[in-house]
Design a protein around this ligand. Structure first.
Ligand code: CTP
Ligand code: MG
Length: 220
């Protein structure tokens, strides 16, 4: 059974707002896409990497990550993952990691924890962190309740799956989801957590990029 990593990198990066797709923005001299792929390679548990990029950047991506299979993505993240899955041509018992290019500093230990949980028998695995802020439910700027944060987790990537389970979830998906495990949950699958890591932060806004730059000291 092979481990295949899909790297969705076909978003436009509207909230980062630097005028080019986020995966092609540099952090310490390397693009976010190169960081994400390098982390997967460094884990030494991934056999094949498939990166999914905007159509017009396929050639640029081949140059940046020559050891990966590069395919064009779609309008929504779900479309991009679906295209990556079909290009990967997984066997049912392969293991699939889905890892956002937007999480360039994900420690190798997070990647190996996800794969270890799959090898130990889980069919769907997400790295998760406790929520430290108090979380309120709000309607029209008025608080309507306080959520018990003890049962909340913020989840990261890579999310890992037995291929058969992810393919089944995507075949049943009727709309977009913000993560892949959400589709498995909707299809009735059991998703388990392993510890995430704050360094696996997702770069969404200019503030997040500044935090990542600070973490790398400018030379990641
Ligand atoms: N992604 C993708 N295809 C899309 C949309 C998103 O492959 N059609 C990828 C992004 O490139 C990113 C990951 O999914 O690595 C998480 O998405 P997000 O953080 O929302 O990135 P963007 O969509 O690029 O950002 P924004 O929503 O601000 O435009
Ligand atoms: Mg997006």
């Amino acid at each position: 059974m092979s481990v295949i990593a899909l790297v969705p990198a076909a978003g436009q990066g509207v909230r980062l707002g630097v005028g080019r797709p986020k995966a092609f923005v540099e952090l310490g001299g390397r693009t976010l896409l190169e960081h994400a792929v390098a982390g997967l390679r460094a884990s030494e548990v991934v056999d094949t990497v498939v990166v999914i990029v905007p159509d017009q950047l396929v050639v640029a991506a081949v140059r940046l990550v020559p050891d990966a299979l590069v395919v064009a993505g779609g309008a929504e993240r779900t479309d991009s993952v679906r295209l990556g899955l079909s290009a990967a041509g997984c066997a049912d018992d392969d293991l699939v990691l889905v890892h956002d290019a937007a999480r360039p500093l994900t420690p190798v230990a997070v990647i190996t924890r996800v794969v270890a949980a799959l090898r130990a028998g889980a069919v769907a695995v997400v790295p998760a962190l406790p929520v430290t802020d108090t979380v309120k439910r709000v309607c029209d700027d008025t608080v309507t309740g306080t959520v018990d944060r003890g049962e909340l987790r913020a989840v990261q990537t890579p999310q890992g799956f037995v291929a058969r389970v992810l393919l089944d979830a995507y075949s049943k998906a009727d709309g977009a989801a913000t993560d892949d495990a959400g589709l498995v949950e909707r299809a009735g699958g059991t998703v388990v957590t392993v510890p995430g890591d704050p360094r696996a932060l997702k770069i969404t806004t200019p503030f997040d990029l500044a935090v990542a730059e600070a973490l790398t000291g400018g030379h990641a």
